[in-house]
Design a protein around this ligand. Structure first.
Ligand SMILES: *[C@@H]1O[C@H](CO)[C@@H](O)[C@H](O)[C@H]1NC(C)=O
Ligand SMILES: *[C@@H]1O[C@H](CO)[C@@H](O)[C@H](O)[C@H]1NC(C)=O
Ligand SMILES: *[C@@H]1O[C@H](CO)[C@@H](O)[C@H](O)[C@H]1NC(C)=O
Ligand SMILES: *[C@@H]1O[C@H](CO)[C@@H](O)[C@H](O)[C@H]1NC(C)=O
Ligand SMILES: *[C@@H]1O[C@H](CO)[C@@H](O)[C@H](O)[C@H]1NC(C)=O
Ligand SMILES: *[C@@H]1O[C@H](CO)[C@@H](O)[C@H](O)[C@H]1NC(C)=O
Ligand SMILES: *[C@@H]1O[C@H](CO)[C@@H](O)[C@H](O)[C@H]1NC(C)=O
Ligand SMILES: *[C@@H]1O[C@H](CO)[C@@H](O)[C@H](O)[C@H]1NC(C)=O
Length: 604
């Protein structure tokens, strides 16, 4: 009896103490579970409508998550000087008053995830000198105003993803000079907050998932000298990476994945000489071109999974001597030639599965290394030829390799000498048909040692035939057809001799001029110019010529009429005519009449 009484009395005392003398060590709010030995107060999932009172002021961790708290008032936690970790996630908080956290000078972690915050008044985070991590994700915040985070100078990680952010004010991140990691997933930003980001001088990692921005403009991330990791993921509209968009950055890891890029942004990447990890997966990229990634000296890993890759050109990874992982799973590659790599000896991990591979001599290098190479648990399989369809690489025996993984070198089939002697203006065709396995590619080299393109007056037709339209004297020379495949090359030469036709003086000059091509045809880089080398078609020429003649004739006729009338009136008018004219050079210079010249001619 005495014992019960004393407990009750002690309880009364402690309540009195709480209300009268402030919070004593060892007290615990009702509905909360306290663990004094680890100085934790757990009030999670207790249907609390407001922040309870009566916390022991030596608490280090306070968990108020999963309640129904709607507001956090001014100095709500002021006694909790030792608190390090405060969790307010999963409540209904729509309002946090200014200075709500004042006094929590040792707080390191503050989580306000999944609430209903729409605005953060400047001053909410006052007093949080030690804060390292702030999680504001999954709220409804629309803007970050200037100086919102001014007083949390030691913040290292800011989770601001999954809000309705439409705008980040230029000085919003002012004061966050120690922030290292910023997360802006799924916001409604329509452009990169370039200005705001320049305040974050210590930023090393920035993650931006699920944005609707369609292009990265030049200088999008300027002045972030410490940034090493940039992750752009799931921006379905992103199709343009300007060539100077990543300028000023020194990244070691770059992800631009699940976007709408149709080509590897070679120019934008060029200066990233410290880049080790590059992930461009899930973009509609069709080719990795040769010799364009060579500046990425330290690149170790390239991921281009689930893209639309049809080809990886020879020399694609030339210069990348540290390259050790290529992940091109789930593409449309028929092969991957050893010549793509700087040195296949360094390659450790290769994901080549999920591609329609043609198992011939081009893949023999993978086969030979199939025990040593790490396929990341996914064996590549053959799609063709039919004899080996669906077979996994590990299923082949050494003996089979020699027999099955073969190629037939390229061979030009019809080697009869071709020579054409034609007059200027004629159209000439030279055929070049080749055979081989894999099917050879055909290239024509002009007499000027240039590769003939598929467009222009001199071009290669899709069937490999060389076409020279409206042959010119300077087209004369030897042309070489090259048939190339992985197993070997073949070549053949043809001759073209174009005889000049003496030009008629009556031919209007532009007829001749328009037929003269720029002498270095293959170096003219404007494809528009290549595709339309003739400003006049035949019909235009006829009309132009006719009109030329007509106007000439009419001028002559008018002249005769004039002379006729003049001769009729001879003797009645003076024998000189004075004609005023304005010299051409002065036309643009104001054109006042004083500049005009004057000449007098004698009439007979
Ligand atoms: C933000 O984007 C989401 C999804 O596109 C949309 O539902 C929401 O209304 C947008 N919010 C604002 C403020 O524009
Ligand atoms: C991606 O680009 C293609 C054209 O290149 C366009 O048709 C398509 O609408 C784009 N997708 C999105 C989500 O913008
Ligand atoms: C770029 O980053 C690398 C790796 O972090 C570092 O070694 C190098 O000094 C940096 N270069 C510059 C110019 O900051
Ligand atoms: C290769 O890419 C796929 C698809 O993105 C991914 O699941 C896999 O983990 C990657 N492999 C390696 C070794 O990183
Ligand atoms: C190649 O195509 C052109 C036009 O398409 C045709 O005139 C020529 O005969 C073809 N040559 C061969 C060898 O099939
Ligand atoms: C075939 O030609 C290419 C260049 O066009 C050359 O790199 C390759 O070594 C040649 N292959 C053979 C077998 O001659
Ligand atoms: C050049 O003129 C002669 C007669 O003077 C004519 O027979 C010939 O067809 C003309 N040639 C051209 C290319 O116009
Ligand atoms: C292409 O043409 C433009 C102007 O016509 C020139 O400035 C540029 O250097 C050319 N590029 C190449 C690769 O020849």
């Amino acid at each position: 009896m005495m014992f019960v009484e004393s407990v009750v009395r002690w309880g009364t005392w402690s309540i009195l103490l709480q209300f009268g003398l402030g919070v004593s060590a060892g007290s615990c709010p009702s509905r909360c579970a306290c663990r004094p030995e680890v100085r934790e107060v757990i009030c999670s999932g207790k249907y609390l409508n407001s922040v309870p009172e009566g916390f022991s002021n030596d608490a280090r961790r306070l968990d108020l998550s999963r309640n129904k708290i709607k507001t956090v008032g001014r100095r709500q936690f002021s006694g909790l000087v030792q608190l390090q970790d405060l969790d307010l996630s999963d409540n209904l908080i729509s309002m946090i008053e200014v200075e709500a956290f004042l006094g929590l000078k040792n707080l390191k972690t503050l989580r306000i995830k999944n609430n209903r915050l729409k605005i953060l008044p400047v001053g909410v985070f006052s007093g949080l000198y030690s804060l390292r991590l702030l999680d504001l994700s999954q709220n409804e915040i629309l803007v970050f105003l200037d100086y919102t985070f001014k007083e949390v100078a030691n913040l290292q990680t800011l989770e601001a993803g999954e809000n309705d952010l439409v705008f980040i004010s230029q000085r919003a991140f002012f004061g966050l000079q120690n922030l290292q990691e910023l997360n802006l997933d799924r916001s409604n930003l329509t452009s990169i907050p370039t200005e705001a980001l320049t305040q974050l001088q210590s930023l090393t990692v920035i993650r931006m998932f699920r944005l609707t921005i369609s292009s990265l403009p030049n200088n999008a991330f300027r002045r972030l000298p410490r940034l090493r990791t940039l992750q752009i993921l799931n921006w379905p509209a992103l199709d343009t990476i300007a060539s100077n968009s990543l300028i000023g950055l020194n990244l070691t890891s770059l992800t631009i994945s699940s976007c709408n890029l149709t080509a590897v942004p070679y120019a934008a990447l060029r200066h990233l000489v410290y880049l080790r990890f590059l992930d461009l997966s899930y973009n509609p990229i069709t080719v990795i071109q040769g010799n364009l990634l060579g500046d990425l000296l330290r690149l170790q890993e390239l991921h281009l999974a689930g893209a639309s890759l049809l080809r990886i050109e020879p020399g694609a990874f030339k210069g990348l001597s540290f390259f050790r992982m290529l992940n091109v799973t789930s593409n449309m590659l028929t092969t991957l030639e050893e010549s793509a790599f700087h040195s296949v000896g360094n390659l450790q991990v290769l994901r080549l599965d999920g591609n329609p591979l043609a198992c011939d001599c081009r893949l023999l290098w993978v086969m030979r290394r199939r025990q040593r190479l790490n396929f990341d648990g996914h064996q590549p399989t053959c799609s063709s030829p039919d004899a080996v369809q669906q077979r996994e690489f590990r299923d082949f025996s050494e003996k089979e390799l020699v027999r099955l993984f073969t190629c037939r070198p390229a061979r030009i089939m019809d080697r009869r000498p071709q020579e054409a002697r034609v007059e200027e203006g004629t159209t000439v065709l030279f055929s070049c048909k080749a055979d081989g396995d894999p099917f050879p590619t055909i290239t024509w080299i002009s007499s000027h040692k240039n590769t003939v393109s598929p467009t222009g007056r001199i071009r290669v037709l899709p069937n490999g035939t060389l076409e020279v339209r409206f042959a010119q004297v300077q087209d004369s020379g030897t042309y070489q057809c090259l048939a190339v495949n992985a197993a070997g090359n073949d070549s053949m030469s043809v001759g073209l001799y174009v005889k000049g036709v003496p030009r008629n003086k009556t031919t209007p000059f532009f007829l001749e001029e328009s037929w003269v091509e720029p002498p270095d045809l293959q170096n003219a880089n404007s494809s528009a110019q290549m595709a339309k080398p003739y400003p006049f078609d035949a019909k235009t020429l006829i009309i132009a010529t006719t009109m030329g003649f007509l106007s000439f004739l009419s001028s002559v006729a008018i002249c005769f009429v004039f002379m006729f009338f003049w001769s009729q009136s001879k003797g009645q008018i003076k024998h000189t005519a004075t004609i005023d004219f304005v010299p051409r050079s002065s036309v643009g210079g104001g054109g006042d009449g004083a500049d005009g010249g004057r000449f007098t001619m004698k009439l007979i």
